[in-house]
Design a protein around this ligand. Structure first.
Ligand code: 13P
Ligand code: SF4
Length: 332
């Protein structure tokens, strides 16, 4: 604890001296979230990176997030405390594969999840995050063909909610794909009253959404809105939400128990913000090893030595900025 206090003190001193801001994703280690100036989802982090006056951004998240911040604010120094913090989902497609896919569908509009490299973004028309994917797709004229990448579960979710036919890249995040329908059924049996909150990257999303839509046409009260899709089934609700949407939903809900289907780092903030409520992870071992590479000693080193700078070549950054700007314009 003494060690942690010392680290925090030194981080605070350097953050002030260097006019730096520390941004952390909701999946970061609890102690990293606690020292951050802002903790949030991919969209909130991108917006904060765009708006900050700080000269240095220490990005406690994964590489594509730091890249996005650097593209939005090229005049700032964007640092990531560990260069190994990658993303298995963004690795499922590269720029050459996207160019080949585009050739097969000339004239199609490319919607890329923000979990992609700068090179892939540069080949895209729109970026989106899990919180505004539905609104981004809705904003595209209905006569347009859409290529959606790289997450197949978010793609299936977005196609169902918008009622659009899309070509969907068959990529997945190993952490979310591992949260299966049976995990949800088991934990719902244990906590039948709890509301169920599912990140649309999860492997169970398609089945649950399908069942929800099926039964809603007979007896349910399903509806969609900008913050997700919900279905009342007699016990708890089932909601599909981004990590930022989960925080908002848990805070505003009158329910006392929630099952959370996403990376378990999410539970720290949910518990901190809602002391009177109980949160159960859908799967205890849903842990992103990349997110967990960022530790307090590495954050300190990052500030001390101004490492590791994430910079995107100007030509790529210019092309990648257009779809990111469009993403930032479209609300969740
Ligand atoms: P959001 O925080 O935008 O919901 O994204 C989740 C994620 O998996 C980021 O890698
Ligand atoms: Fe990528 Fe999955 Fe980790 Fe998110 S949780 S950073 S999508 S590997």
């Amino acid at each position: 604890m003494v060690e942690q206090n010392k680290l925090t003190e030194e981080i605070n001193r350097l953050r002030n001296d260097k006019n730096a801001i520390i941004l952390a994703h909701n999946y970061q280690l609890p102690e990293v979230q606690d020292i951050a100036d802002y903790t949030g989802d991919s969209l909130g982090l991108s917006r904060t990176a765009a708006e900050t006056d700080a000269q240095i951004i220490v990005f406690c998240g994964v590489h594509f997030m730091a890249e996005t911040a650097s593209i939005i604010s090229p005049e700032k120094k964007v640092l990531i405390p560990d260069l190994g913090a990658g993303c298995s989902l963004s690795d499922t497609i590269d720029a050459r594969q996207l160019r080949d896919w585009k050739k097969e569908h000339p004239g199609a509009v490319v919607v890329s999840y923000v979990n992609t490299s700068a090179e892939v973004k540069a080949e895209s028309d729109y970026c989106c995050t899990s919180s505004n994917a539905v609104n981004v797709v809705d904003s595209i004229p209905r006569n347009k063909e859409i290529l959606f990448l790289p997450d197949m579960f978010l793609g299936a979710y977005t196609a169902k909610v918008t009622g659009r036919k899309m070509h969907i890249w068959q990529g997945e995040c190993h952490v979310h794909a591992g949260i299966r329908e049976q995990d949800i059924r088991d934990i719902r049996d244990t906590h039948p009253e709890a509301d169920m909150v599912i990140h649309p990257e999860c492997g169970c999303t398609t089945n649950f959404l399908y069942h929800s839509l099926e039964s809603s046409s007979h007896n349910g009260s399903a509806h969609t809105n900008g913050s997700g899709y919900s279905k009342t089934n007699g016990t708890g609700h089932i909601k599909f939400l981004s990590t930022g949407g989960m925080l908002k939903y848990a805070k505003e809900s009158e329910k006392k128990e929630f099952i959370i289907a996403t990376e378990t780092g999410m539970l720290h903030r949910l518990r901190k913000d809602n002391p009177g409520k109980t949160f159960y992870p859908a799967r205890e071992n849903a842990v992103c090893k990349y997110m967990k590479m960022i530790t307090l000693p590495k954050v300190l080193k990052s500030l001390q030595e101004e490492v590791f700078e994430v910079k995107v070549p100007a030509k790529t950054a210019l092309r990648a900025k257009k779809p990111i700007d469009r993403m930032l314009e479209i609300t969740a």
